[in-house]
Design a binder for this molecule. Structure first.
Ligand code: ADP
Ligand code: MG
Length: 247
């Protein structure tokens, strides 16, 4: 076994503008296999745009993005194949509300020919077990709480057996009493060795789970470091100000 670190996500000097709004400014970031990177920063600083670029939901104006060895900036790359290996969890779940829980989880792997329906259902039930919702397989998503929906959304993303998981404020739309269950599922996932990039305002979670914390502000990475460095000894004045507001 090689001891060398494997770079899962390589971002080099990426820029993104919407009209005259220069949203991402020369962003560079490498994420290693099994690493958990938490992105923090004020609203409008470009965190979502950055995450969405990693699976080409947004296309950068310049720069290079390589995910799992695939250069997604290259027009010849089959982005759908790359996306199959990137799980994404959004603030508002994006589930199919009129389908059952198990249907939501099995849809993509079956449609994309990754598994038979039977295999996908078996795997789906295992995943429901790991997110603590084994008894919900056959109910309609409509009937679930926000916290349950988000755990289903995580299970659905995992059903594709992704190499990287992206989370964009997964607990921001939840009632406070639901947040812990979702964060617990994410903690377990981190422990299992999943490569994760997480945008969150949950600073306690970031301290506990992140290998590295990245502070976004005005479309730039202003500072990055271990949770100890970022939370206990922040250097950047804007980071200090941000933390004084959120902690
Ligand atoms: P964050 O996730 O940190 O709150 P975003 O990445 O959502 O920040 O937004 C960064 C900036 O880009 C904001 O000024 C926002 O208004 C702008 N923006 C985001 N998406 C779009 C879009 N689709 N069209 C135009 N402007 C956008
Ligand atoms: Mg956002």
């Amino acid at each position: 076994m090689s001891e060398e670190k494997q770079v899962k996500v390589h971002v080099d000097k990426v820029n993104k503008s919407y009209g005259s709004n220069h949203v991402l400014r020369d962003i560079s970031l490498d994420v290693d296999a099994n690493e958990v990177v938490v992105m923090i920063g004020p609203s409008g600083s470009g965190k979502s745009t950055f995450l969405r670029m990693l699976n080409q939901l947004e296309v950068p104006n310049s720069g290079t993005i390589v995910v799992d060895g695939h250069n997604i900036s290259d027009k010849k790359t089959d982005i759908n194949k790359v996306r199959e290996n990137i799980g994404m969890v959004f603030q508002n779940f994006n589930l199919f509300n009129n389908y059952t829980v198990l249907e939501n989880i099995t849809l993509a792997p079956v449609q994309l020919g990754k598994m038979t329906k039977q295999e996908a259902e078996k795997r789906g039930r295992e995943l429901l077990e790991t997110v603590g919702l084994a008894d919900k397989a056959d109910v309609s998503v409509n009937s679930l709480s926000g916290g349950q929906k988000q755990r289903i959304a995580i299970a659905r993303a995992l059903a594709m057996d992704p190499d990287v998981m992206l989370f964009d404020e997964p607990t921001s739309a939840l009632d406070p009493e639901m947040v812990g269950d979702v964060l617990d599922v994410m903690k377990d996932l981190a422990k299992s060795g999943m490569t994760m990039i997480i945008v969150t305002h949950e600073m306690g979670f970031a301290k506990q789970v992140a290998d590295r914390v990245v502070f976004f502000e005005s479309g730039k990475i202003q500072e990055s470091g271990t949770p100890e460095e970022i939370f206990n000894a922040p250097k950047n004045a804007r980071l200090q100000e941000f933390l004084s507001k959120v902690m």
